[in-house]
Ligand binder design. Structure first.
Ligand code: SAH
Ligand code: SF4
Ligand code: F3S
Length: 467
């Protein structure tokens, strides 16, 4: 999930940076009938779903607009992982209460849609579409109903075994393509809404995945990021019955693909065969995101994570035992009900033992439907904040030390960002480190270049293009 080595300072979303807000909602001029705007919150799976939703709309002759003002159909693809993330969509919807625009059609997609369902129409009667991700295969039909004038359309089924595959996917990044291989989640971590909001696990057939990878390679993508809430729990739904490790190798073997990433891995299903694949195939990126959530076996049991601290550390040892250096990142929740000072100390000592290159740490947020919601011994928000700061400060020190040790090393970087300053670029290494670097060459976008690290910060590195 995480794409960067940040220790998150805020508690917004688990998996990816929040996009900037869209424009104001006061219409400047009547927008064209077939125009849409989509804003996405939450994890990379949501980002990718939005790319597919955009594809469905483009296939129906819609144009994507950059601002709410310019669009007739306004869609919010929402996240419900923590309370603050869920509140965001209601603050967006609230702006329409203040400035109603009867020409617009407003839709709520994603995890809040699935969780709140019809309630959304009650809270915001100007919303016309409420659709959770497990019903996206019905989206073309739902949009046709809206076009036909229906102003209350819902898709809230979860009992589908279809995955959401689209004819057209409008991908945001020209070099790296997301590809969901497993939807939903069958684990039942006691704090987590995902099994409720994304439905049961559905696996895409390996043939169909590989066919799409070939198409992506032909279209010029060189990096593939395989997605799933528990990506390594993948079970091929075709008779080939490829294991996840075999699938990784097959994806990496497609001509034109230079990098394959995968996120998020669940520790329980992370086996030696994956490490062996990473060792054998250079195209597989040397980064594993393996969320631990807590360093205390007692809390892990309460969280129903299905592993102990010791079992988790064995997985880390297995990854560290690979022939090449593999960078490691994690997610941590502090302030789970009943978490004692001792439990917190266990989490902090696990940071020392694991030596992560990046950690996303969050304050526990009680969520609807989950078993942890009403657990005794809730920790106050203030105390959760104190614990979060302790974890973040500790991890920052680790990252400073680890990143300082990289000064002088060279990394192959896919340059995918240019700074406003001439000659300044940014990109990621195979190990998912962000490098900001200078180069005498005029246009590097989309190129793989060697960059030598000259300076280190806790969350990124500065370097120069080795020409
Ligand atoms: N499927 C992934 C993570 C999904 S959500 C996994 O199993 O690791 C991304 C992160 O959000 C989680 O790893 C967890 O650290 C955090 N998270 C999930 N539910 C939360 C909650 N109720 N409160 C705070 N953080 C939460
Ligand atoms: Fe949530 Fe656990 Fe599933 Fe991850 S594995 S999505 S934390 S239930
Ligand atoms: Fe959020 Fe749903 Fe992803 S709750 S983190 S958008 S799966």
């Amino acid at each position: 999930m995480p794409q960067s080595f940040d220790v998150r300072l805020d508690d917004l979303t688990g998996s990816c940076p929040e996009p900037e807000s869209g424009g104001s909602v006061i219409a400047a001029a009547a927008p064209g009938a077939r125009t849409f705007y989509i804003e996405t919150f939450g994890c990379q799976m949501n980002d990718h779903d939005s790319e597919k939703v955009a594809g469905v709309l483009l296939g129906r002759g819609y144009r994507q607009m950059e601002s709410v003002d310019a669009a007739k159909l306004v869609l919010y693809n929402t996240c419900s992982i923590r309370e603050k993330a869920a509140q965001k969509v209601f603050s967006r919807l609230g702006t329409f209460r203040k400035h109603p625009d009867h020409n617009k059609i407003i839709g709520v997609l994603g995890c809040v849609a699935q969780q709140e369902g019809e309630e959304i129409f009650e809270r915001a009667p100007w919303v016309s579409l409420v659709c959770g991700s497990a019903s996206y295969s019905k989206l073309p039909e739902l949009i046709a109903q809206i076009e036909g004038g229906n102003r209350r359309v819902m898709g809230l089924d979860k009992d589908t075994d279809e995955t959401f595959e689209t004819e057209i996917t409008r991908r945001d990044n020209p070099f790296r393509a997301y590809l969901t291989i497993i939807e939903g989640c069958d684990k039942s971590c006691s704090y987590c809404v995902v099994p409720f909001t994304r439905g049961p696990e559905r696996n895409r057939a390996s043939d169909s995945i590989l066919q799409e990878v070939r198409k992506l390679a032909d279209a010029g993508y060189s990096e593939i990021q395989l997605l799933g809430q528990t990506v390594n729990s993948y079970q091929d739904s075709s008779p080939k019955r490829m294991s996840f490790a075999e699938l990784l190798v097959a994806v990496a073997g497609v001509k034109g693909i230079r990098r394959v990433r995968f996120t998020t891995s669940h520790p329980r299903d992370f086996g030696q065969d994956i490490v062996d694949a990473l060792d054998a195939v250079p195209e597989l990126c040397d980064h594993v995101h393996l969320p631990v959530q807590s360093g205390s076996t007692r809390i892990l049991r309460e969280m129903r994570r299905t592993y102990t601290r010791e079992e988790y550390l064995e997985k880390i040892a297995m990854i560290r035992g690979a022939r090449r250096a593999i960078s490691l990142t994690s997610d941590i929740i502090v302030g789970f009900p009943g978490e004692t000072e001792e439990d917190l100390a266990d989490t902090i000592s696990l940071l020392d033992a694991a030596q992560y290159d990046g950690v996303y740490a969050f304050q526990y947020s009680p969520r609807p439907n989950t078993d942890a919601q009403h657990m005794a011994d809730a920790i106050s928000e203030e105390e959760k904040g104190r614990r979060l700061a302790l974890v973040q400060d500790h991890q920052r020190e680790i990252q400073i030390r680890r990143n300082d040790a990289l000064i002088g090393e060279s990394f192959e970087v896919l340059a995918d960002g240019a700074s406003r300053k001439a000659g300044q670029w940014s990109g990621r290494s195979s190990s998912n480190r962000i490098l900001n670097f200078s180069s005498p060459q005029p246009d590097l976008l989309g190129q793989y270049v060697q960059v030598r690290v000259t300076r280190a910060a806790p969350n990124s590195l500065v370097g120069e293009h080795v020409v």
